[in-house]
Design a protein around this ligand. Structure first.
Ligand code: C2E
Ligand code: MG
Ligand code: MG
Ligand code: MG
Length: 271
């Protein structure tokens, strides 16, 4: 199939095959397929390690959804997330991710590790996500701080009072909120002040500029200083080599994530 291409590096020694978009298929067909995928448990969560850059120990994971497609192989979110949103399936997606993640956290052998979950603005607002997540957390008797929610700056900026209420509800229950893709949003600073944000994830566009682009490095350093000034947790994304890891660690980024430390892998392969 000419539309398929290979993405290397998403996990050492593994090759993921996916389609860049599903535009060729009819919208209604894709929506039907996605509903079937949810019913047949084809949407599965993989886990990418997050390490402490001080000693390279794994401290947690980011949950990243994949579609184990019966014919097309393992699809990455870029190939189907927008279709999920268009089909109005964001709420069921959030529920299945929340269920899988809390179950994983409850059964993982290292009970100090946490897992962060990506949430889009359209998954929030009606209280369903917070309700589902907090119910799963108490059902499995998991410490709330071991589940973390990641939200992009842009979805925070677009968010209304109901979304903010839901975030405050999660934060008050002990679930930390992280600002994802930090540094790429429109007006982050007032949000850092006004919303219950526990930490930031440096967007990988800054990481990938290190060391060739001195400006990327300086911005990363300044954003790290800002986050530390606000007593926030700092996590740098997209670390692919040791130079990047060293630079970011020396410049205030405590935690790191990226192919240097490992790609996303199925929960079953994590002890
Ligand atoms: P994100 O939250 O910024 O996730 C990080 C993305 O960077 C992931 O892509 C990850 O596989 C990739 N990545 C990790 N390390 C490296 C690296 O060293 N180099 C490079 N080049 N890339 C790296 P992925 O899995 O394709 O996810 C893409 C986006 O889809 C995520 O961006 C997130 O915004 C969204 N997403 C993933 N899972 C979910 C979910 O369950 N719900 C929602 N609402 N969104 C999700
Ligand atoms: Mg994320
Ligand atoms: Mg990110
Ligand atoms: Mg990103």
């Amino acid at each position: 199939d000419a539309a398929l291409y290979r993405a290397k590096g998403a996990g050492r020694g593994r090759t993921e095959v996916y389609e860049p978009s599903m535009e060729q298929a009819t919208t209604a067909g894709v929506h039907r397929e996605l509903i079937a995928a949810i019913e047949h448990d084809q949407l599965v969560v993989h886990y990418q390690p997050i390490v402490d850059l001080t000693d390279l120990q794994v401290v947690g994971y980011e949950a990243l959804v994949r579609w184990q497609h019966p014919h097309r192989g393992l699809l990455l979110p870029g190939a189907f997330l927008s279709s999920i949103q268009e089909a109005g399936l964001s709420v069921p997606l959030g529920q299945l991710v929340a269920t899988q993640v809390v179950d994983f956290v409850a059964h993982t052998s290292d009970q100090t590790r946490w897992v962060s979950v990506n949430v889009s603005a359209d998954q929030l607002g009606d209280g369903e996500f917070a309700t589902t997540l907090l119910a799963e957390i108490s059902r499995h008797r998991v410490a709330p701080g071991r589940i973390v929610v990641e939200l992009t700056e842009s979805s925070l900026v677009a968010s209304g009072t109901r979304i903010r209420h839901e975030l405050t509800q999660l934060s008050a229950a002990g679930v930390p909120i992280l600002l994802d893709d930090f540094g790429t949003g429109v007006s982050p600073l007032s949000y850092l002040r006004d919303l219950p944000v526990a930490g930031v994830k440096l967007d990988m566009s800054f990481t990938s500029g290190i060391p060739e682009d001195p400006t990327a490095g300086r911005v990363a350093r300044a954003l790290g200083a800002l986050a530390r000034e606000l007593a926030m947790v700092t996590i740098a994304e997209g670390i692919e080599n040791e130079q990047q890891a060293d630079y970011l660690h020396r410049n205030g980024w405590r935690y790191g994530q990226g192919w240097l430390f490992g790609g996303a892998q199925p929960g079953e392969s994590i002890p």
